[in-house]
Design a protein around this ligand. Structure first.
Ligand code: ATR
Length: 289
């Protein structure tokens, strides 16, 4: 009885602790984003970074929880391990096979993956682009695409396609997601198979945003008035965005809005209060030049 009272008193008088865990982690914008959210919503919390050793993710998570931590964001390279560590995973995390947010409740570890919903919220609410009835192409078949498929499908696009360098990996996603998409069929294949097809929204979910390579997208893949969306943020015009621009696309976006929107979803999940994302996106935006 006494112990229970003590725990109750602790959790209600101490500032709630959250953090982002990764390796490396110093570059993360999450502390800035969540601290701004906390300030603007009047929530009493602290948000820091945790650098976990590459072979010590689970221990780092438990240590953070045991020292009073309430929840964690998870970034590279631990998103898969975070999902495996969870006792209770949301569908978003199960289908992605990866988690980007954890919540602690006694011995239970709840897992979510807000990357996909963050992407969709950015496209629909911030960029004002409707996805319903549109032809949408996801380039890449890794974790970023896995997280995006269900939230994109939920918007009711006319077509949802996944193209990947290794077509087999795209086909594999088609099989895995088939029973979760209702009447929508995921169109999958290599880049060359996109010849003659045209998309209203083209999303780069490959890691090429971090390097010099452009994707081998056939001419004409961007519809007039298309949105070209690069998931990587803060790198200016990436090879993919340059490619889109050269094809005449004028609606170009990088992933800064996705980053802030996924953070907002985690904040709501943890705190039950929705923060205003617009000023945070403005503060973090690097011009696309
Ligand atoms: P993430 O979890 O960020 O999605 P990932 O699972 O390693 O990362 O996936 C990286 C994606 O980028 C893959 O779709 C990969 O294509 P392959 O499956 O064919 O490897 C894609 N990718 C990486 N470098 C690429 C390049 N130079 N050209 C085309 N696709 C590339």
């Amino acid at each position: 009885m006494l112990a229970k009272t003590h725990v109750f008193a602790d959790t209600h008088t101490m500032t709630d602790r959250y953090a982002v865990v990764g390796h490396p982690i110093a570059h993360s914008k999450s502390p800035q984003i969540h601290s701004t959210f906390a300030q603007s919503t009047g929530q009493d919390l602290s948000y820091t970074t945790v650098l976990a050793p590459l072979d010590g993710f689970a221990d780092a998570v438990r240590a953070f929880r045991d020292s009073g931590g309430r929840g964690l964001n998870v970034t590279l390279p631990f998103k898969l391990q975070a999902f495996e560590l969870a006792t209770d995973a949301a569908e978003s995390a199960r289908m992605a096979g990866a988690a980007n947010a954890l919540k602690f409740d006694g011995e239970r570890i709840w897992a979510e993956n807000f990357d996909g919903v963050g992407l969709v919220n950015d496209i629909v609410r911030n960029l004002g682009v409707t996805l319903a009835g549109k032809r949408v192409l996801l380039c890449g078949a890794g974790g970023a695409t896995r997280g995006a498929i269900l939230p994109l499908a939920a918007q009711g696009p006319a077509c949802l396609a996944v193209a990947n360098r290794s077509a087999d990996k795209a086909h594999q996603l088609g099989h895995e997601f088939a029973s979760h998409l209702g009447a929508l069929r995921l169109q999958t294949g290599g880049y060359a198979e996109l010849a003659g097809e045209r998309f209203d929204v083209v999303i780069n979910a490959t890691s090429t945003g971090l390097g010099p390579d452009a994707l081998p997208l056939p001419d004409g893949v961007f519809a007039p008035d298309a949105l070209a969306y690069e998931m990587v943020y803060g790198k200016g015009l990436t090879p993919f965005l340059r490619q889109a621009q050269a094809a005449g696309v004028t609606r170009l976006a990088d992933g800064v809005g996705m980053l802030v929107e996924q953070a907002a979803e985690a904040f709501v999940w943890w705190r039950g209060v929705r923060p205003d994302t617009a000023p945070v996106i403005r503060a973090l935006t690097v011009p696309l030049v």
